[in-house]
Design a protein around this ligand. Structure first.
Ligand SMILES: [Zn+2]
Length: 126
């Protein structure tokens, strides 16, 4: 005896996930120029012994990008003049990455549901 399953409920769930995925994909297609790396704030000491930074009040924050290069995490300082543009591009990059994660989660969920349908509708012979 195969267990019964509700086709309508699967149809509804998968269609809804598909719509959500299509929406996410559209935002990725529309994405403007990005920069590789996640935004980071860096504080620094200037090295002068009489400065406030010598007593813990470091200078900053300065914008920087945390970049993964060949498996290594690197911090790249952003030039002051580039900051507005690079920060905006980096925010887009983060958003893009987050949306990719959402799409992959939906893909997995759809795949899981399809596997469920397969097992509910497949029998062994004889
Ligand atoms: Zn200082």
């Amino acid at each position: 005896m195969k267990k019964r399953f509700n086709r309508k409920s699967f149809q509804k769930k998968i269609s809804s996930l598909n719509r959500e995925r299509t929406k996410h994909i559209s935002t990725l297609i529309q994405s403007k120029q990005m920069v590789h790396g996640l935004l980071h704030e860096v504080y620094r000491k200037c090295g002068k012994s009489a400065c406030k930074c010598a007593h813990g009040e470091e200078h900053g924050p300065y914008p920087a990008l945390s970049v993964n290069k060949e498996g290594k995490q690197k911090i790249v300082m952003v030039k002051k003049n580039d900051a507005p543009v690079v920060i905006a591009k980096s925010r887009r990059y983060r958003k893009f990455q987050e949306t990719l994660v959402k799409i992959r989660k939906i893909n997995k969920e759809i795949d899981r549901l399809l596997e469920e349908i397969k097992s509910a509708t497949t029998e062994s012979y004889p």
